[in-house]
Write a protein of this length. Structure first.
Length: 67
């Protein structure tokens, strides 16, 4: 990502990040199957950590942008 600071490993535009970033990792392609979710967690160290979202919250985020 062009907005990722390579030294700090943090987003430089986090508060104004694009919708695509705001909805990650709740993209259809990532949550379609348990295997897809497992793969997402393998390639993105932040996925699968943090707070647990309820299904309704995920569905709401998915509705924001279909990828």
């Amino acid at each position: 990502c062009v907005f990722l600071d390579g030294k700090t490993r943090k987003c430089t535009v986090y508060s104004a990040r694009p919708r695509q970033c705001r909805t990650w990792p709740f993209w259809d392609s990532n949550i379609r199957t348990p295997e897809a979710w497992a793969h997402t967690c393998e390639v993105c160290p932040g996925s699968g950590t943090g707070r647990l979202y309820q299904l309704g919250e995920i569905e709401q985020q998915v509705g924001v942008m279909r990828i």
